[in-house]
Design a protein around this ligand. Sequence first.
Ligand SMILES: Cc1cc2nc3c(=O)[nH]c(=O)nc-3n(C[C@H](O)[C@H](O)[C@H](O)COP(=O)(O)OP(=O)(O)OC[C@H]3O[C@@H](n4cnc5c(N)ncnc54)[C@H](O)[C@@H]3O)c2cc1C
Length: 441
Amino acid sequence: MTRGLPPWLLAVLFVLAACAPLILALASGEPPEAVQVELGIGLGLASLALMLLQFAHSGRLETIAGRIGIDRTMRVHRSAGIALAVMVLLHPLAFVLPPLLTHPELALRGLMGMLRAERMQSGVIALVLLLVVVAASLARSRIGLAYDRWRALHAALGLAAATFAVHHALRVGLYSEAAPLRWFWLGGLALAAVALVWTWGIKPIRDGRAGWRVAAVAPLGPDYWEVALERPSRAPLPFAAGQFAWLAFGRRAPWDDNPFSIASAPGDPRLAFVIREAGDLTRTIGSLPIGSDVRVDAPHGAFVLDPRERRAVLLIAGGAGIAPILSLWRDLASRPDAGAVRLVYGAWTAERLLYREQLTRTAAEKGFGLFLRVDEGPLCAGATRGILDEAILRAAMDGLDPHRTVAMVCGPTPMMLAVAASLERLGLPPAAIRYERFDYD
Ligand SMILES: Cc1cc2nc3c(=O)[nH]c(=O)nc-3n(C[C@H](O)[C@H](O)[C@H](O)COP(=O)(O)OP(=O)(O)OC[C@H]3O[C@@H](n4cnc5c(N)ncnc54)[C@H](O)[C@@H]3O)c2cc1C
């Protein structure tokens, strides 16, 4: 089900694209300049290539995120953003490197003079915009910037920064004046703009016309809701258990949609979601009008089982992390050849252990293992007290070969880190521990 390029090919393409301007500059036949000038130019060329590549990392392009997952895609985007900001800052400094080491005051005066020159204006604007984009991303939650506003700002300022940076390269760039590099920058900028128009222009219109409506909204427990979507007279959405959808309830801006894991099994005509109240949007889920429109961009994500793998499956869920795990559990329950399946599911209180009866029934019918944990308050039938520690994971692994078991983990980040460490101690290879994160912060 997951489309997308293999990780090794993505890495090779990424490095090639980031280095392409340096290769084109080397091949231009221009006589070499002083070392500090070449260093400054090199930093400028590589950082502009990285900046343009950032537009491919929106997480919506399945060719890129389909196999590696949106979480890794976002991590690359974030790290590349920080790296390119540092490179862009070093880019002008490199030109004055020798005097900076011997006469820093003189060098800085020279640098300020250079930056004030009329022909440098677009470069300075690009630098400032880029620093604003990176700083706003790093400080978003601390400064209380709403996610949807930050997202719109991020894309708009990012594209503006890239446009000014390309203008700067074409205006003052020694190598960028020549045809191959000039077309490389213009082509890269056009592709960046196309990626944005596709993600936030064409795709939302197409997804909005797919006819999804809210079919049911029901409380599941304190802070939890089940939302079912349907589109009558259309085939079920093809997806793999564990994947997620970007949902926009009602008429929302293209950048105002939120990711939620699909909790229903593939083939089910209704799409079900388990939504925990976390902020502005999720606190209004309970009052969603039945029959209202929903924009659905799906399927996404790589938190899936490979059906060709003949392995035991250990599902581990904490809190809202039950959503994709439920889809995997339901899908495995519908397969006659599912093999050994165990679920370890923990919640803060017994009322927050969702779908208890359904899980217990399936476990009994299919012979699946079920291990329920409650942190606080009264216990419920079948649950034991405690967090998802090594003891409960060891009990769940009893009789399973760690080298022939795959673990699918979803829950709060600290829980997932602790669980992954315990599973490794229990003998699972790191590659057999897969997880889905619910936040990119
Ligand atoms: C792949 C994935 C699957 C998810 N599946 C589920 C699920 O099945 N059930 C569930 O309850 N929650 C799920 N979440 C979390 C859910 O997306 C957020 O809780 C929700 O978007 C919060 O929106 P809000 O407006 O209510 O809160 P806000 O106060 O706006 O945001 C709270 C936090 O949620 C995150 N967030 C908000 N909006 C977005 C966005 N558009 N994109 C990415 N992150 C955002 C940010 O970290 C933010 O700080 C999932 C998240 C991801 C990334």
